[in-house]
Design a protein around this ligand. Structure first.
Ligand code: G4P
Length: 529
């Protein structure tokens, strides 16, 4: 197959949702359609169970398992589909944000009864800012939930999306009869069995036909006709270009558990979702069709098994062909490297492959050469953008609890930060180290791993910080910036990239500081240009 055809047939995407909306179930059903797994239940162990928050080893164990399911690749109707797994647990939200830098589109799963939830809001906001094409899947239609129009309204209001329903439910919960596929003009009836067979659906170009009344009953048929009329009046017609540019978001209804509406979603997805897109680097825009290789690390997975300490770096191929044993430039280190056993991922296993194409994810065994955001090329100096850090939610001083092991402590901290476990800030005033995390859980993970992998001990001390703000002076030489630095000296720190950060103790402080020093901009993310 030609290089161009390989690119065009790839669809690399992520599924995002609030925990429990049905992401794992949907992933599994997609894999079943692709023939990548044989039975339901196979992907389940990927999920971090509820209530596991106090047991981080269990979480890490499950994260370990999830290496296999970090990328789920399968073929469907001659398309190569790469699903990038995003952890649902909110303490790992940073992982999810970073994974979103490697997807070309996203499917958002929403629970029909719960509607739009917090985690979904945050993740969709990031996708919206980056104009990532999104399809919304409203799940659990077999349960009583919100009215379809109310829910579409909620999606528009809370997520700031412009919805275009491409399917519409006939009733819900106890009265759920099926789904009319607006996109294909087909009716699919719900039987409630959990078999993994694919219902073919009835062609229904003309919903005015009395045939519909016979199938779903007069009342439901009339309601559907009225509702479809409303849909046509309220929502704009589907337009692929508008979806691809992030202006509209098609919506599907279904029940992942009952395998209902999933095939419709998948069939539409492979048709409309984008193949690998160009990506911005600091130097230039890199097109996926360029023949020379470029790619970047978006995830590093440490192996928790003490006998196999190697890490796995996940590289998204942006352009060109990634070849086994070819020499590539590690841009940050300025070093040529060869990889003798790059892994490709298929549903539940990984295999060594000779060639990978744009859109694919390559896994590389790494002993500490890579950090998140690193770029590989055939020689060109490129640095891919868009892997920002966001302000952590928790901040603690880290103290060395074993003075004889300070070298190990700093090495360990350094490597864990490269993996993206947490963020490290060094206070300008006294050089003390502050670890910032999204969830409290990471502190336990760091402490455990420092001890078991690096032989170092640490203790923590709370630091009352509300947010880390990345500082952008209009002019680093002006008086206002100098004054800001003098007055706020105690609260200034440097992140691992050497950027200046203001550790603000409250939202009020941020507001006051911003109005007192208007030429010094404060940002909640490290990438603001
Ligand atoms: P997540 O990955 O987004 O966290 O959600 P997951 O797929 O694990 O689904 C959360 C729960 O919702 C699971 O039940 C799952 O069976 C259920 N579920 C998913 N899709 C549907 C659906 O279409 N209809 C209904 N009624 N339920 C659905 P659980 O009891 O928490 O887990 P389990 O015991 O089934 O594993």
């Amino acid at each position: 197959m030609s290089f161009l055809k390989e690119i065009q047939r790839r669809r690399t995407f992520g599924i995002i949702s609030h925990p429990d909306a049905g992401k794992t179930t949907l992933t599994e059903k997609l894999l079943l359609f692709g023939g990548a797994i044989q039975e339901a239940g196979a992907v389940k162990n990927n999920k971090i169970k509820k209530g596991a928050t106090s047991d981080f080893m269990e979480i890490e164990r499950q994260r370990g398992i999830s290496v296999a399911t970090s990328v789920l690749a399968f073929n469907y109707k001659n398309k190569k589909i790469n699903i990038l797994d995003t952890p649902g647990h909110k303490d790992f939200a940073e992982d999810t944000f970073r994974t979103l830098t490697a997807v070309d589109s996203v499917i958002v799963v929403i629970d029909v009864a719960k509607g739009v939830e917090e985690q979904t809001e945050k993740l969709v906001e990031v996708c919206r800012m980056r104009k990532i094409p999104m399809i919304v899947f409203i799940n659990k239609m077999d349960r009583e939930g919100k009215d379809a129009f109310d829910l579409l309204d909620e999606v528009e209001q809370k997520l700031g999306l412009t919805t275009v329903p491409l399917s519409f439910p006939i009733g819900m919960g106890y009265d759920f009869k099926g789904i009319y596929n607006i996109y294909e003009k087909k009716l699919n009836l719900f039987s409630g069995d959990q078999k993994q067979t694919v219902s073919t659906g009835v062609e229904f170009n003309d919903i005015t036909t009395p045939e519909l009344d016979k199938i779903v009953g007069k009342k439901a048929a009339n309601t559907l006709r009225e509702e479809l009329e409303l849909v046509e009046e309220i929502y704009q017609p589907f337009n692929k270009e508008a979806y691809l540019s992030g202006e509209i978001q098609p919506v599907f209804f279904g029940s992942a558990l009952n395998n209902f509406g999933v095939k419709e979603l998948l069939d539409c997805f492979i048709e409309i979702a984008p193949s690998p897109q160009p990506k911005k680097s600091e130097e230039r825009l890199v097109d996926s069709k360029e023949e020379t290789l470029s790619g970047f690390v978006f995830k590093i997975h440490a192996n928790m098994d003490p006998n196999h300490r190697n890490r796995l770096a996940f590289i998204k191929v942006v352009s060109g062909t990634f070849k086994r044993n070819a020499p590539y430039l590690h841009v940050r280190l300025g070093k040529k490297m060869k990889f003798s056993s790059p892994n490709a991922f298929f549903a539940e296993k990984k295999e060594i492959v000779d060639e990978s194409f744009p859109g694919d994810i390559v896994g590389i065994q790494d002993s500490g050469n890579f950090k998140i955001g690193d770029t590989l090329t055939e020689g060109e100096i490129l640095n891919f953008k868009g892997i920002p850090s966001f302000s952590p939610e928790h901040f603690r001083y880290v103290n060395n609890a074993d003075p004889l092991k300070s070298k190990q402590l700093y090495k360990g901290l350094d490597q864990l930060m490269d993996e993206g476990v947490a963020q490290l800030f060094t206070l300008d005033l006294n050089g003390r180290k502050v670890v910032g995390t999204v969830g409290a859980l990471q502190y336990e993970v760091i402490q455990y791993r420092l001890e078991h992998e690096y032989g170092a001990k640490c203790s923590y001390e709370n630091l009352p910080v509300h947010k880390a703000c990345w500082v952008q002076p209009q002019d680093p030489k002006n008086q206002e910036f100098k004054e800001f630095k003098r007055v706020k000296q105690k609260f200034l720190a440097t992140d691992k990239q050497g950027q200046l950060v203001f550790l603000a103790d409250s939202a009020f402080t941020i507001q006051m500081t911003q109005s007192k020093y208007p030429t010094v901009k404060l940002h909640f993310t490290s990438e603001f240009n």
